[in-house]
Design a protein around this ligand. Structure first.
Ligand code: HEC
Length: 428
């Protein structure tokens, strides 16, 4: 298979696997192409934008602001869309004119006592698509540049941003996690490997996965130093021993369950959510046997997951617009709350700071930052100043500051919680 057709294959699969729910039939393509409005760039969009995914990505989207189309075009060119540099502006203009931002569900503002401030950095490479953030113990921020094949590093004190390009083209760096030595491990989402980046030397080590394990997704270490990861599209969960470099993969019992966000309990048991099903699952750290727990609502689509220090799980139900709480002892959903902006709010990136749940709603424009206090069951929300553009993940520093990746805006944000209850800002 040539690199190009391999990439097309990956792209095709990725879109189907990422719940955009687009059947990839030729006939359908043609119908969609026919729906493209006339204009100077119609033909080029028709041919160059339908090789990896359906044109429905464009025609049925909520539309974009001019700035967002510029960023989207940069992302697509970064990953290999065949648009000559001289034509990029023309295509961008065509898309901006014909697919402007449509009003979607409105973000719901819920006031409260907690004050936050946002610091946002526009990233140096257009179309980086910052996917996951990493709040490092030294107070600096790392991020994965999913569509620019790089890892980025921000020093919030100076605002300096440094980029580290990966060795393997089209790696698609996605999830990030730091080991005890300060090395950064990442999932190469387009290239089926796990990478280790050593900030001190810039050295990158690649650990290729079995070829069936395309789309490695969320990485996390357990207490013994084993690296666990979900593999969304291949419907698998994996374990890599960093000392030997050996990895082992197992298949999720539910077909097309799209293993997604993952956490590890205090007892060392990994739990993950199945974004393609209404299920949460645990995996035996020794045998790798998977046990699934069914959430009561069939339409639930848990996308990301977070855990308190006393092992209470919260998950963002992207499909239905809920925040859910799950008890690992009983294996049942305990309670769920409708997310402030409603059924289309698309709760996504989530983290927990000393019992307070923070997450973002990706289905509203601008995206929101949501704070939920389980003790009072009260929500408070803020609009993300740069828009969010789908906050795919978030993480917190020990002092309670949050780091957010605003993927479609090419922005990384740091959120400082100024007041409110002390519990939210005290390091554990
Ligand atoms: C080389 C493969 C490739 C080509 C060619 C391509 N795309 Fe994409 N596109 C992607 C990938 C990968 C994604 C992200 C899928 C995901 O992670 O959900 C994407 C997503 C999108 C999205 C959704 C926004 C987002 O951030 O997820 C839009 C809109 C889009 N593409 C437009 C275009 C346009 C316009 C063109 C033509 C100029 C194009 N694409 C050509 C690979 C491609």
């Amino acid at each position: 298979m040539s690199i190009k057709s391999l990439w097309i294959w990956i792209g095709t699969w990725m879109i189907a696997g990422s719940m955009l729910l687009i059947p990839f039939a030729r006939g359908q393509e043609q119908t969609q192409a026919a729906q493209l409005p006339d204009g100077d760039a119609k033909e080029i969009v028709q041919t160059s934008c339908s090789t990896c995914h359906s044109l429905a990505n464009i025609t049925t989207s909520q539309g974009h602001t001019p700035e967002e189309w510029k960023t989207t075009m940069a992302m697509m060119v970064n990953v290999g869309a065949d648009v000559p540099p001289k034509k990029v502006q023309m295509v961008t203009n065509y898309l901006t004119k014909n697919f402007p931002e449509k009003p979607g569900p409105a973000p719901v503002a819920i006031p409260g006592n907690v004050e936050v401030s946002f610091q946002e950095w526009k990233l140096p490479t257009p179309g980086t698509r910052p996917h996951d953030p990493l709040a490092a113990p030294d107070g600096t921020i790392w991020y994965s540049g999913h569509m620019a094949n790089l890892l980025g590093h921000i020093d919030p004190k100076t605002g300096a941003i440094k980029e580290y390009h990966l060795n393997k083209p089209m790696s698609g760096p996605h999830g990030l996690v730091m080991d005890k030595q300060g090395n950064i491990w990442f999932t190469a989402n387009f290239s089926a490997y796990i990478g280790k980046f050593e900030p001190a030397t810039g050295k990158i080590t690649e650990y290729p996965l079995d070829h069936k394990a395309r789309d490695p997704h969320t990485p996390i270490f357990d207490q013994k130093g084993m690296l666990w990861f979900t593999v969304q599209g291949a419907n698998m969960v994996g374990r890599l021993n960093p000392e030997t470099g050996e990895s082992k993969l197992v298949v999720s019992p539910t077909p097309k369950s799209n293993p997604y966000g993952m956490v590890v309990t205090t007892k060392g048991i990994p739990y993950f959510v199945e974004f393609g099903a209404n299920k949460i699952a645990s995996i035996d750290p020794e045998t790798m046997e998977i046990h699934e727990y069914v959430l009561p609502n069939e339409a639930a689509r848990p996308r990301r997951i977070a855990i308190t220090p006393d092992d209470v799980i919260y998950y963002s139900d992207y499909g239905r617009g809920f925040l859910g709480q799950f008890d690992i002892k009983t294996g049942k959903m305990v309670k769920e709350w409708p997310s402030p902006s409603g059924p289309q709010s698309r709760p996504y990136g989530i983290t927990i700071v000393n019992g307070i749940v923070w997450y973002s709603e990706a289905g509203v424009k601008p995206n929101t930052l949501v704070r939920f206090d389980p003790k009072t069951e009260k929500f408070q929300t803020w609009m993300i100043p740069a828009g969010g553009g789908v906050v795919r993940n978030m993480m917190h520093f020990a002092d309670g500051k949050l780091v957010l990746t605003e993927s479609g805006e090419n922005v990384v944000a740091l959120v400082t919680v100024k007041n409110g209850d002390k519990a939210a800002i005290t390091a554990k």
